[in-house]
Write a protein that binds this ligand. Sequence first.
Ligand SMILES: Cc1ncc(COP(=O)(O)O)c(C=O)c1O
Length: 377
Amino acid sequence: MSSPAQHDDAAFASYRASFTEACGFLDFASYGPPSRAVRERVVHLLELAGDGGPGIDGTLSGEDLRARQSFARLSGFPLENVGLTGSTSLGLFQVAFGLTGGSVLVSAGEFPANRYPWLRTSAAGRARVELIGGPGTRMTPDVVAHALTSDTVAVSVSAVDFRTGYRADLAGLRAVIGPDRLLVVDGIQAFGVADLEWTQADVLIAGAQKWIRAGWGAAALALSPQGLERIEPLLTGWTGVLDSRRYDGDEHLPLPGAQRFSVSNLSPYATGAFAEALALIETVGVPAIEGIVAAHAQALIAQLDAAGVPVLSPRDRSGAGIVVAGVAGRAARAHAALAAAGVTATLHGEDRIRFSVHATTRSAVFGEAAAVLAPFV
Ligand SMILES: Cc1ncc(COP(=O)(O)O)c(C=O)c1O
């Protein structure tokens, strides 16, 4: 993990110019509006597909490699340990069904995409899920250390919690679980904006549609050597095996690397968007993006403080881009008032409004958002 970096003004200006989201869009933890570069890439690929020229199949499927290469550079995992899948959930299902024997520790307050795969594998008689805590539980190294048993074979956490903005201490978790248990990390709420020690994980899965800003339909699945060895490729499909295009009627062995978890070809428009979005992140680098996101989060917190609105998310830069405002019992009406003022945020139950800011967010809107919430406190 690097310290907050100074950004290169020219590179950042060009990065920023590619994004056109509305000024009041403060909802990146739901989805991140894709850049112009991503949209243009998808249109270009569709046009190539429409032309149907020779070799087009190879050109379109080449987008997979671009996405994997960028993800490998940004995460620190070697290329052969990085594969692609269709969503964070699909990646987690692959991993959950690939584990057998022992139990997997998961917070009951996790986003549902990180609970159902474990519930299903448990019901199918493979790895058993052990749910601990509830909404808001922080999976700190201490909490995890107390919940471990001799039966625990894996711990599954979000890198940044979708509800509270809590950022997991991946190195601390690794230290308490030891080298033999698997650390499974859902990185969708952090990858691209938080400079974490991703290679502490045995499994890292990150969908493209939120902070990476590539739209839906692709996710990366990266595994450590231990993860590759211990997670059975139970659901490998025809694209996840050696000599997949030999068509000889034989069953072929799974590929040696992370691509063994491939079930079928992904849409090249989704992988092309993913590749382009990751490449754009690389033009400025995650530490620079993280520094700007942290400054924006601080500015929003300052406006909420000034308006007397309680802040329920971490106050330091550990919250990545998530800032949660407390509006006890009146969140639905406050959320509607924000929408009427052109501010997009997420309604979480009756008491909470989740804002989420990116590096391209314009801070001028923060004062207005705080002023809209003030009467509801
Ligand atoms: C922590 C977390 N994991 C996963 C998802 C989504 O998963 P998927 O890519 O399967 O839609 C979300 C949000 O939608 C999330 O907040």
